[in-house]
Design a protein around this ligand. Structure first.
Ligand SMILES: [Zn+2]
Length: 119
């Protein structure tokens, strides 16, 4: 019988999001990769859970504790994703021109729209 641990270990992917922070652009990319990994993990858990619940129901087993475990894990993933999204917003808003609000690249010194100094 498949256990919750099996579901999670299958769901876990090697994050391997190494690399040094050289710029905000890379930071955002890194955060996006982390979010994608978490979303993938959530997808795998949900998929595995669906299969488990179906099999268990057919076998007449009680899976409520398993569902609880998976729900906790899914909530954790969702919270991490929310935090990462917030971080991306923070990085991005730091690159916005304070005068006109235009988004600028991390290497700009002056706003490409209005010419105000950004850094
Ligand atoms: Zn501007």
């Amino acid at each position: 019988m498949t256990t919750f641990e099996d579901v999670v270990s299958k769901a876990k992917t090697v994050a391997g999001v190494a690399g040094k922070k050289t710029s905000d652009f890379i930071e955002v990319t890194r955060l996006k990769i982390e979010i994608a990994e978490l979303e993938k993990e959530m997808g795998s858990i949900l998929e595995g859970l669906g299969r488990l619940v179906y099999d268990a129901r057919k076998a007449g087993e009680d899976v409520s504790s398993l569902i609880d475990d998976c729900s906790v894990r899914l909530d954790e993933c969702q919270q991490k994703i929310d935090k990462l999204r917030k971080k991306i917003d923070d990085v991005r808003s730091a690159l916005r021109c304070k005068e006109c609000g235009a988004p600028n690249t991390d290497d700009s010194v002056y706003c490409k729209k209005c010419g105000a100094r950004i850094v």
